[in-house]
Design a protein around this ligand. Structure first.
Ligand code: GLN
Length: 485
């Protein structure tokens, strides 16, 4: 196996034993990118930004490498997480040329742990609006399992890069499924942490009450390591929670005997792909074989999750995006009239989906509609959260599909926003409730496209997710398959 094909924990072993170097790992990634990036397009702004050899890369000194847990290991970052001096444009024209003067807290933590921030950023839907990465200003990323299909979104670049070994591991962000759904479409592991577990400082906001940064990795052990490194209280984010970060690798015990697993009946509905349904049922049977006790549970307000999410998320987005007016950041249209400059900048700088969300969000917050839509959505959000509280009173975790289908074809839903929104049905409840959720590979369709299994737990119980996910993974081979690229 080439170095770029290994997991982070395998590479960390090699670095520790001095059997490889960060330079050699970077060179193997560069070679892979040269070969397949023209087809996959997981990264943005082109290979021009990529040094031709690792000798030009900004690597920690040899002394520092051995003092830090990550020892110079590279990590790929989604284009909405601020990286000092490196372009961070949310794959939007309106942020063209924006180079943040500071690092997001997660980047700061990773650098202090000895990580090398990969010089190319990962593709995404503009401002993380989407489920397919087709809304990127830079054009779509392709699914490495079949280039005619989407990689999912909005963190499609991060997921495709990890799945095709163009990255060792990556960070994404998840507001309504943007880590888990692309992880499931690309056959890799993706975790949305509990709201408040990971600092959002330096994550360009989409919907501030829902956004979380999380890992996209080749296996569960890597996800446990990375989550531990990025978690924790940050005075720079008033919604981050001051709670100890456990050593998540200690939860990889391989033991799920007598754990109580809830299977929500509302997640197995008409419209769900039959093949996906069978694969999920087989995965649940596997968990039972491994000693878990599975029972049907009810999350009765599930049917309201999509409408509630698309009210709250667009309301918050319309407010967060108000700052992009051509004055402080990125793109500015030319005009000698100030108001005209604002209008032209926003008309030319935002793509279609961003405009749709700004208009929807402004509408639900406007006088007369605020009470009818926004306030009611907040109340139903509480009911959705209470559904979970009730189930977690009796069960250790909930197991469900990540998405009702496997990856769809590029272009198939691009002109039909409603069908795109409906594909988020299984992921957005976890964001509305603030609970942690992971997606892990659990099978392939007959067409050879991956399917993801979603596991949810109560707030701050990421350890439970790692325990169940790792036990499943170690007793199946789904994570070992490689794309044919
Ligand atoms: N697909 C969802 C949306 O378009 C979720 C996106 C996300 O999690 N960033 O809003």
């Amino acid at each position: 196996m080439e170095l770029n094909q290994l997991t982070a924990h395998e590479l960390l072993e090699k670095l520790k034993a001095q059997q490889t170097t960060p330079e050699a790992i970077l060179d193997s990634l560069y070679a892979r990118i040269q070969k397949i990036e023209p087809q996959v397009k997981a990264y943005v702004r082109g290979q021009a930004c990529l040094p031709s050899t690792s000798s030009q890369a900004d690597l920690p000194s040899v002394g520092d490498r051995h003092a830090c847990p990550l020892r110079g290991l590279p990590i790929t970052i989604k284009d909405n997480i601020c990286t000092e001096g490196l372009p961070t444009e949310c794959c939007s024209k309106i942020l063209q040329g924006f180079r943040p003067p500071y690092d997001a807290t997660v980047i700061d933590k990773l650098k202090k742990s000895g990580a090398v921030i990969f010089p190319l950023k990962a593709n995404m839907d503009e401002f993380a609006f989407g489920s397919s990465t087709e809304n990127s200003y830079f054009g779509p990323t392709r699914n490495p399992w079949n280039l005619d299909y989407v990689p999912g979104g909005s963190s499609g670049g991060s997921a495709a890069a990890v799945a095709s070994d163009e990255a060792i591991w990556a960070l994404g962000s998840d507001t309504g499924g943007s880590i888990r759904q692309p992880a499931s479409f690309c056959g890799v592991v993706g975790l949305k942490p509990t709201y408040g577990r990971v600092s959002r400082f330096g994550l360009i906001a989409f919907a501030s009450s829902l956004d979380q940064i999380g890992p996209i990795t080749k296996d569960v052990q890597d996800a446990a390591i990375l989550t531990g490194l990025i978690s924790g209280y940050d005075p720079g984010d008033s919604t981050s929670v001051n709670q100890d970060v456990p050593d998540y690798t200690k939860s990889l015990t391989g033991d799920i005997k007598n754990l109580k697993i809830g299977i929500p009946k509302e997640y197995f509905i008409a419209g769900m792909d039959e093949e996906v349904k069978t694969i999920i049922q087989e995965a649940v049977n596997k968990l039972k074989d491994l000693g878990a006790l599975a029972n049907s549970v009810s999350l009765p307000h599930t049917e309201y999750a999509v409408p509630v999410y698309y009210i709250i998320a667009t309301a918050e987005a319309s407010s967060n995006l108000a700052r992009f007016d051509g004055v402080q950041y990125g793109y500015r249209a030319s005009s000698d009239n100030l108001i005209q400059m604002y209008k032209l900048t926003r008309a030319q700088g935002f793509g279609q989906e961003a405009k749709r969300r700004i208009i929807l969000g402004t509408f639900v917050l406007s006088h007369g509609y605020y009470d009818a839509y926004y306030l009611r959505a907040l109340k139903v959000r509480t009911l959705i959260k209470q559904d979970f509280d009730k189930v977690f009173g009796e069960f250790d975790c909930i197991v469900a599909p990540t998405s009702p289908t496997s990856a769809f074809k590029i272009g198939e839903r691009a002109q039909d926003p409603l069908s795109m929104y409906l594909s988020d049905i299984y992921t957005i409840s976890a964001n509305l409730a603030g609970i942690p959720a992971i997606s892990i590979p659990c099978g392939f369709t007959k067409k050879g496209l991956p399917v993801g299994l979603q596991i949810m737990a109560k707030p701050f119980n990421e350890a439970m997710l790692f325990r169940v996910a790792h036990t499943f993974e170690q007793n199946t081979d789904w994570h070992k398959f490689k794309t044919k690229l």
